[in-house]
Write a protein that binds this ligand. Structure first.
Ligand SMILES: CC(C)(COP(=O)(O)OP(=O)(O)OC[C@H]1O[C@@H](n2cnc3c(N)ncnc32)[C@H](O)[C@@H]1OP(=O)(O)O)[C@@H](O)C(=O)NCCC(=O)NCCS
Length: 166
């Protein structure tokens, strides 16, 4: 990783005050970066964005089995991630303004570290088509044929955490 690309970035636990800005980041990440997945289909997009609301974000933070993280530069949120106590990474969204600066890779490492601290030997996630190459490069392997979520193909993947391929 090229440290200069995010020398001023830090990853911390999300707080209630992050809810509105974090949802803007997630929604923009999906709408602007994941076009290959939703193909600007309004109904698909609406289903995917539908649960990315401040109210839901507050509930995700409050759930003890979740670890919700934000990558920030000053008071600007660059990315949002979440991992559960069982090692399921269920959010990993970078702002379009911060793409390809190593932010998602740093977020993924932070989420994996939290999963490891909670006793997991493996992380699982369901990748978008957009991020599939990114996760493969990070050592994730596809576990099963792609199912459909929000009407869009998704890619179940996992990585054994003991094997650090970075
Ligand atoms: C693809 C994506 C996840 C990469 O994250 P990022 O923060 O922009 O990029 P990073 O700098 O952390 O990682 C770069 C790596 O992404 C991969 N990558 C590079 N170009 C890519 C491209 N055009 N498309 C997909 N992946 C690419 C490579 O593995 C690259 O590593 P390299 O620089 O060593 O070649 C991000 O840009 C994105 O599109 N996110 C959309 C939201 C999403 O799909 N999230 C996943 C939910 S499961």
């Amino acid at each position: 990783m090229r440290e200069w690309q995010h020398a001023t970035m830090e990853i911390r636990n999300a707080t209630d005050d992050d809810a509105a800005a974090a949802c803007v980041v997630m929604r923009r990440s999906i709408a602007e970066l994941c076009v290959a997945d939703h193909q600007n289909d309004a109904a698909m997009l609406a289903r995917w964005l539908g649960n990315k609301t401040p109210e839901n974000f507050l509930a995700w933070i409050a759930r003890p089995s979740n670890c919700v993280l934000v990558a920030v530069e000053g008071d600007v949120i660059l990315a949002v991630g979440c991992v559960t106590d069982t090692g399921e990474i269920n959010l990993n969204y970078v702002s379009p303004d911060a793409r390809f600066r190593g932010i998602s890779r740093a977020m993924l490492k932070a989420l994996e570290e939290r999963a490891r601290e909670r006793g997991n030997a493996r992380c699982r996630l369901t990748s978008t088509g957009t991020a599939r190459r990114f996760y493969r490069a990070a050592g994730y392997i596809e576990d099963a044929p792609a199912p459909f979520k929000f009407g869009i193909p998704d890619y179940p993947m996992s990585r054994i955490l003991d094997v650090d391929r970075s």
